[in-house]
Design a protein around this ligand. Structure first.
Ligand SMILES: [Zn+2]
Ligand SMILES: [Zn+2]
Length: 167
């Protein structure tokens, strides 16, 4: 049995109306230093764990979708608690609702998921010092070059599900 499948983590919003559980490790964790993430979080970066939607179990509440412009121009859907309005995850163009970008700071123990990569470091706030040993790129990157093998297999499964090959 894959020891990674034993990973679970719970999280939720500040008023505790929305509670969720990740039923496995995410595929990859982005620390994004783009100006859009800085503005949307009101701080220096966003920390997003990319995971299949069916590996996020909703334990309580129902997040509400807020359509929000994005850097790509394609928009993102930010899912927020209807009470306290804290954002718990987003969907971006590309994988759409099949992949959730779970906001790591909403986990009960956010220390569980440090970044696998720092992206858009070209707009990193100058006081943020990146640790040696974690990949960092000026803008974006290719998953095929950075993701671990098992995460790439999960990604391939999502792509296959989105566009089944013609028989
Ligand atoms: Zn709430
Ligand atoms: Zn960003």
């Amino acid at each position: 049995m894959d020891p990674k499948s034993e990973f679970t983590a719970e999280g939720g919003c500040t008023c505790r109306q929305v509670r969720y559980r990740l039923t496995s490790r995410p595929m990859f964790v982005h620390c994004c230093h783009c100006r859009w993430c800085q503005r949307e979080t009101g701080t220096a970066f966003a920390l997003n764990a990319m995971i299949e939607a069916d590996r996020v179990e909703l334990l309580a509440g129902q997040p509400e979708r807020v359509d929000t412009p994005s850097l790509s121009g394609k928009g993102q859907k930010i899912w927020r608690c209807p009470g306290c309005r804290v954002a718990v995850w987003s969907n971006y163009a590309g994988f759409g609702e099949a992949v959730r970008f779970v906001r790591v700071g909403t986990l009960d123990n956010p220390d569980l998921l440090p970044p696998d990569i720092h992206i858009f470091t070209e707009s990193k706030q100058p006081w943020v010092l990146l640790p040696p040993g974690t990949p960092a790129v000026a803008q974006y990157y290719k998953a095929s070059e950075m993701w671990p093998k098992d995460s790439l297999a999960r990604r391939a499964a999502l792509i296959a599900a989105a566009a089944p090959p013609k028989a």
